[in-house]
Design a protein around this ligand. Sequence first.
Ligand SMILES: *[C@@H]1O[C@H](CO)[C@@H](O)[C@H](O)[C@H]1NC(C)=O
Length: 223
Amino acid sequence: QPGTTVSRGLPGVEGPVGTKGLKGDKGDMGRPGDPGCTDGANGEKGDTGGQGVQGPIGLKGNVGTIGPVGPPGPCSPTIQSAFSAATVTSFPTENQPIPFMNVIYNLQGNYNPMIGIYTAPVNGTYIFSFHLAVANKPLKVGLFRNLFPVIRTTEANNQATASQSVVLHLFRGDQLWLQVKNAVTNGIYTDAESSSTFSGYLFHAHQIKHCVFITAHFKGGVF
Ligand SMILES: *[C@@H]1O[C@H](CO)[C@@H](O)[C@H](O)[C@H]1NC(C)=O
């Protein structure tokens, strides 16, 4: 007696993973098995179905995590320098730098308050200023760079202020100080209510390395 049960084959295996895509659809079912040849026995298992078609390309993945911080660029201004100091006595000595011994700011130590000299730590553009109280005597004072005055100021009025600001290019090691002309024109005055100050700072360091400047395209704001 021929077998009465003819089972269908099992479903085909899944298709392969598409390139960057989702998995393919399942394959078609296998063809039915051969008819059974023994009593009541099940038919043979059907052959495996053919490969499914490749799935569509998958969705874009999530944004990756932020990468590590890069190395410093070639133009990073890592060097800073600034000072501000005031005199503690009146009528400074001629023929030498005026010491501003009351240090208000000198974090990098480029100003020596005992001898009154600022030394440039790097090639760069610097800004210096002084505001000197003048009383009892006239004042003629110069801002010196390496033995020569860059700017000079004369103030002949009593109870006045002599002041200047200047932008200078300095080379590393250049020395800056204030110096009066002579003993009869040294009228810098200092008391509890009159400060005479000398200040300077590195505005922009000039690097040896060739700098690559990246131009950013600035988009206007939303009004
Ligand atoms: C400073 O500038 C001079 C002249 O351009 C150059 O010869 C020198 O190498 C520079 N020094 C430093 C430390 O940048």
